[in-house]
Write a protein that binds this ligand. Structure first.
Ligand code: NAP
Length: 246
């Protein structure tokens, strides 16, 4: 479905990003695996894809650093001369009740989740505008739609990503660029490994499909949005949550 496409996935060393990279590579894209700290996992993923004769390379950048993001996109332009798909997946989640939330946590969360999405989209669409095509997929969260106790800052960052997505979609459509967001529900990754079992059970009881999501559940929707099947889809927010939010 993605033959010959160059696809950059931020935060692809593990979790949802890794599943997105794997599925895109299996669908014949050249995947660029961005990582920040976890070089070992990113390298293992690239090796695993190469062993399957799939096309992949890794690229380091902290998405919250403009200098590093700028360098990442310069290197993509130099090596590949194009970028077909950007998946803004890198994200952090630190739970904290509002009264206990300090500005450091606020700044760090907004820097990675929102500023990172903004920076990568801006530099990616500099390339995409010139080629007059491209797809940007932002990984938000259902808490950005409905809020969540103990997650004021995280939900604010994810709600902002939705506003950003809709505005960028309106602005960039004229260049043939689509911009969409995915709002995952509870997905089984490292991000939720410290969640207390009683909270997990409570969430589980509110999911119609009766199970926690997998990274592959999200990756399949990213594949659709990355492909020509979604050429007329832009400015949308697709929940991948087993019908938790209704
Ligand atoms: P994860 O397993 O914790 O993985 C997070 C990824 O983000 C890692 O690859 C990490 O790379 C990368 N990352 C973090 N800070 C970064 C930075 N400054 N620059 C570049 N990469 C950075 O999380 P996940 O569950 O897969 O989450 C992926 C996305 O889905 C996030 O945006 C998250 O908010 C969203 N989401 C997750 C869930 C869920 O239930 N899991 C639900 C809704 C939305 P390094 O280790 O190399 O730093």
């Amino acid at each position: 479905m993605l033959d010959g496409k160059v696809v950059l996935i931020t935060g692809a060393s593990r979790g949802i990003g890794k599943a997105i990279a794997l599925l895109a590579a299996e669908n014949h894209a050249h995947v660029l695996i961005n990582y920040n700290k976890d070089e070992k996992s990113a390298a293992e993923l690239v090796d695993m894809l190469h062993e399957k004769s799939l096309s992949a390379s890794m690229i380091k950048a902290d998405v919250s650093s403009e200098d590093e993001v700028k360098d990442m996109f310069s290197s993509i332009k130099e090596k590949h001369s194009k970028l077909d798909v950007l998946v803004n997946n890198a994200g952090i989640m630190r739970n904290s009740l509002l009264a206990l939330t300090n500005t450091e946590l606020f700044d760090h969360t907004i820097d990675v989740n929102l500023k990172g999405t903004f920076l990568c989209t801006r530099y990616a669409t500099n390339i995409m505008r010139k080629q007059r095509s491209g797809k940007v997929i932002n990984i938000s969260s259902i808490v950005g739609l409905q809020g969540s106790e103990g997650q004021t800052v995280y939900s604010a960052s994810k709600a902002a990503v939705i506003g950003f997505t809709r505005s960028a979609a309106k602005e960039l459509g004229r260049y043939g660029i689509t911009v969409n967001a995915i709002a995952p529900g509870l997905i089984d990754t490292d991000l939720i490994k410290d969640m207390k079992p009683d909270i997990k059970d409570k969430i589980l009881s509110s999911i119609s499909l009766g199970r926690i999501g997998t990274p592959e559940d999200v990756a399949k929707v990213v594949l659709f949005l990355s492909s020509d099947l979604a050429n007329y889809v832009s400015g949308s927010v697709i929940a991948v949550d087993g019908c938790q939010t209704l």
